[in-house]
Design a protein around this ligand. Structure first.
Ligand code: NOJ
Length: 585
């Protein structure tokens, strides 16, 4: 899961549905009359061709002037998302929460936090989204609850409480020592002594996020019922948080110590006994059976930072019976413009043994934004387009993060006292937390970038909003936003780009990542050429074996623009960090 490039985190029956049947309303979306959407309908499930867009609800649009984004704010921006070409939105948690981890600490799984609105607001969002052919994916946090959740309050009340076993309670080693050396991902021991019963509870994340005991059948039932609650209300699926952390070694073996210390001053450890235990897959199969009870192919997206393709492949399930879209953190975290590295990873996941659909992303609410993480400091806007093409031109289901389409940059707090994310306080200054990638969406050049009318939004609006904002970029044909729109529209309208095979080219080229997208039996293909270097490059394409007879490619999208003479396949010239997407016959 959560893996910050900067530093440390190396370490959700019809017969039983609500009367208004929002299930059918949301799930069985009417197909748009647009040609591309009709193509996609034929055999494939919707999520295979969807452009998914993550919304961090605190930061997208504030509708009531309290400085924090909310559900009605999201609803008010649906036309923008439709215009961009988004098919589904994944919204980070909006459940009631003490907000220690800004919503990833849930105190009620079947309600909406008043900060974000009401269940009626949620229903309206789903219904308005449906009118625009946009599905709503919920964030589901099964590993832990908030310590304020009534389940935990009961559990901690006595050693004999019926919910005691819903969480992980153990005796210490004596003399104030926790049960073992397991560490929280947010620093220090993963065990916290609760004086009321003189036992330790286990928390993989913050102390205020006690881990649920997934070996308890009652826990599983309660959580699956929570998923059903949202599916009945029209959720199109779930992004499942921290999946690989669901189980811990029941024998409490110490984790192996590694050399060095982390940003919190703790010894580095390998999370061998708290990560990716095989029982995770049993739970994923059960979750899949839950979503399969509902029509319309609800999707499961797993947040799991699998270390290699073999582990990532397991997430699809031996019988394709686990998650449809495991987020590919390997692609997200290449963290450098390396054609060989991307080529290797793209080929590995493309050929995964499960035949699963790849799922790529570069930015999210836990990772510094791609604009600066992949930018070289000089050509960042061009590199933003390069990354957009890499995300949108392969056959993977793309996942965008709000604001990447306008080139939002990471804007870390300048002073420790300004930090909101607790981890940034623990790790300051080495780890400034995740505020930098969660700043308000930049809608226009007005006060607070059009995000809020509050005196002070919950996080400051970056100065870059004066130039990088939706309003300004909508008017510019050469903007990052216009580029994303063109790419998404092309992906939707072009059969080879939407549904063609991925065929890597020039496998030894150190600088230029190139591939074909081609439908079997079709003479037409799409050639994608991405120059990952700061120099113009001339390359040779021999595409005869792929049935290409013509000597030149015809541009569909190029940035910067390139002349026809540059597209001759025997000496194809691509500018520094250039993007070319064109047809070859
Ligand atoms: C992963 C989420 O993306 C992150 O924001 C959160 O802090 C942890 N899981 C704990 O829920």
């Amino acid at each position: 899961m959560l893996k910050r490039a900067k530093f440390i985190f190396l370490t959700v029956m019809i017969g039983l549905c609500l009367g208004a049947s929002p299930v059918l309303a949301q799930q069985a979306l009417p197909q748009s009359s647009k040609a591309g959407r009709a193509h996609a309908k034929a055999q494939d499930p919707w999520w295979k061709h969807a452009v998914i867009y993550e919304i961090y609800p605190r930061s997208f649009q504030d509708s009531n002037g309290d400085g924090v984004g909310d559900i009605n704010g999201i609803t008010s921006r649906l036309d923008y998302l439709h215009d961009l070409g988004v098919d589904a939105i994944w919204i980070s948690p909006m459940y009631p929460s003490p907000l220690v981890d800004f919503g990833y600490d849930i105190s009620d799984y079947t309600a909406i936090d008043p900060l974000y609105g009401t269940l009626a607001d949620f229903d309206r969002l789903v219904s308005e989204a449906k009118k625009r052919n946009i599905r709503v994916i919920m964030d589901f946090v099964p590993n832990h609850t908030s310590d304020q959740h009534p389940w935990f309050q009961e559990s901690r009340s006595s050693r004999t409480n019926p919910k005691r076993d819903w969480y992980i309670w153990r005796d210490g080693k004596g003399s104030g020592e926790p049960p073992n050396n397991w560490q929280s991902w947010f620093g220090h021991s993963a065990w916290k002594l609760d004086p009321a019963t003189n036992q330790y509870f286990y928390h993989h994340f913050y102390t205020e996020q006690p881990d649920l005991n997934w070996r308890n059948p009652q826990v599983r039932k309660a959580m699956y019922d929570a998923m059903r609650f949202w599916l009945k209300r029209g959720a199109a699926g779930f992004r499942i948080d921290a999946v690989s952390r669901l189980f811990e070694d029941p024998n409490l073996h110490d984790d192996p110590i590694l050399p060095g210390k982390n940003a919190y001053g703790d010894p580095n450890i390998a999370h061998k006994y708290t990560d990716n235990l095989p029982e995770v897959h049993e739970v994923l199969r059960e979750m899949r059976r839950v979503v399969n009870e509902y029509p319309g192919n609800p999707v499961l997206i797993s947040e799991a930072d699998e270390p290699n393709i073999a582990e990532l492949t397991k997430m699809y399930g031996a019988k394709n019976d686990e998650v449809q879209l495991p987020m590919d953190f390997q692609i997200a975290d290449v963290n450098k413009l390396s054609a060989p590295d991307f080529r290797r990873l793209l080929s590995e996941i493309d050929g995964n043994a499960a035949g699963g659909q790849p799922h790529y992303f570069f930015s999210n609410h836990d990772q510094p934004r791609q604009w600066d993480r992949y930018g070289d400091g000089v050509h960042n806007d061009q590199i933003a387009k390069l990354m957009a093409a890499l995300l949108l031109a392969t056959r993977a289901t793309p996942l965008m993060y709000y604001g990447e389409e306008i080139g939002m940059r990471t804007t870390d707090p300048a002073r420790k006292e300004d930090v909101q994310d607790p981890v940034g306080k623990i790790g300051w200054p080495q780890d400034k937390g995740r505020d930098g990638e969660r700043t308000p969406m930049q809608w226009d050049a007005s006060r607070n970038a059009g995000f809020s009318t509050a005196e002070r939004p919950w996080l400051p609006v970056p100065a870059s909003s004066a130039e990088y904002n939706v309003e300004a970029e909508s008017k510019e044909t050469g903007s990052i936003l216009s580029f994303y729109k063109q790419l998404i529209a092309l992906r939707r309208s072009n059969p080879a780009l939407r549904n063609g095979r991925y065929l890597p080219l020039n496998r030894e080229d150190p600088f230029v990542l190139s591939f074909l997208r081609k439908k079997p039996g079709s003479g037409d293909a799409i050639l994608v050429v991405l120059n990952m270097s700061a120099e113009p490059r001339t390359v040779k394409f021999d595409l005869a074996a792929h049935g290409v007879k013509e000597s030149s490619a015809t541009p569909l999208i190029a940035a910067p623009e390139i002349g026809h003479e540059a597209t001759v396949l025997t000496h194809f010239t691509i500018p520094a960090f250039g993007v070319f997407i064109g047809t070859v016959h």
